[in-house]
Design a protein around this ligand. Sequence first.
Ligand code: EPU
Length: 433
Amino acid sequence: MAEVFVVSGLGGKKTLRGSIPVRGAKNAALKMLSASALFSGDVTYERVPNIEDVERLLDLLQKLGIMSVSTKKKKGTDASLTLSVPRTIRSVFDREIAKRLRASIVLTGPILARTGKVSFPHPGGCVIGERPIDLFIEGYQAMGAKVRVERGMYVITAPKSGLKGTTLFFRTPSVTGTETFLMTAVLASGTTVIENAAMEPEIVALCEWLNHCGADIVGAGTPTITIRGGGPLVARQKGIVIPDRIEAGSFLILGALAGKDVRVTECEPKHLASLISSLRHAGVTCDVDDEKKEIRVKASAHPKAVSIKTHEYPGFPTDLQAPMTIFLTQAKGESLVFETIFEGRLSYVDSLVRMGADIKTMDPHRILVTGPTPLRGRLLESPDLRAGLAYLIAAVIAKGDSVIHQVYNIDRGYEEVEKRLSALGVSIRRSSI
Ligand code: EPU
């Protein structure tokens, strides 16, 4: 049976109040769990979000022999999870699971480095453009591996002497590429240098944890990362997942649209500098408390247009582009939204226009939003998880009811979102159809 969210919109009223805690970051947890293959024995994690993508990765790990031995789920941040990594692990990915999860590509590195081989299908995930894996294939080859394609699966084999460190220059600063190769390099021989590396906070957190466990990684958070190989790692410290900055940012945008007084708690405000700067420029009050790790936001009566251009961290995150567009439909004037990272990430716009937004598509990467325009509730279908949450935000501010289909796409990345939004005063329920 399929599930939908039914949302009764506020019709432009700014009445939301209360606090909304942020969970562990999906895009940090998926990489730290993948790193388990670099260890032997038990590896314990904290603050792993209880979301569909994590479930899929745990299924994939289990098929390779890495089992979840205990899960303690108290309230959100207390959730802890232990994986048991045997001496011998398998190297052939389950085709169906891996195809559903883009992040499965990250696991190919640790498995190859650990077992000397890995077979996997082209990874799936969100439909947001071409999502090639050329950087991965070229990187493995540069480290001495052989690559072939057999019955729809990539088959990568390391030389008998193991993978060798090398210098990799990324034509584009890929997030998963950086994470994959820094993990692979930990078990390779010699030194690997990643140039034009991505600098996202999730990468920094991953490297800090791996270094505590015996890795030698220098430069995370800068464009040049140097890894001295050697491994294996010892799980001396728990892998603690950092707060999800995309979730925090989405709640902040909701507060900026409909908040009387909303506090986004258990977050890392420093990771949201770009969004906060744009919201303040538009006239929204955001009070940041770095010590308490929270941001207090109130909607502005007359927000102003502000143009955004997505960029690798610390620039404006592509994962917040769709939620920010909802905000811009309520801002006075013309805002240009320029999506520079993915070519298929503006497909959600047509439904917003049906809701009453004034948005012109200029080319596959740019839209012009003219506001403010009231939105009306509609039947909506989440095309991917970030646009799915954007539709939820649009439904909350719209007049009338909206029904959002493909809830799975939202559950992939946001834990119990309807419960947390209800606590702010949003009228939302999950229903089976
Ligand atoms: N690219 C290539 N070749 C490759 C790999 C990437 O050309 O082999 C290109 C991509 O097509 C894109 C650019 O490089 O144009 C940057 O993509 P990147 O590789 O950084 O994206 P990703 O690592 O696949 C991660 C997140 C995305 C997030 C992007 C950008 C994970 C699992 N996914 O994807 O998150 O949008 O970085 O920040 O970490 C999401 O959570 O909804 C999501 C899509």
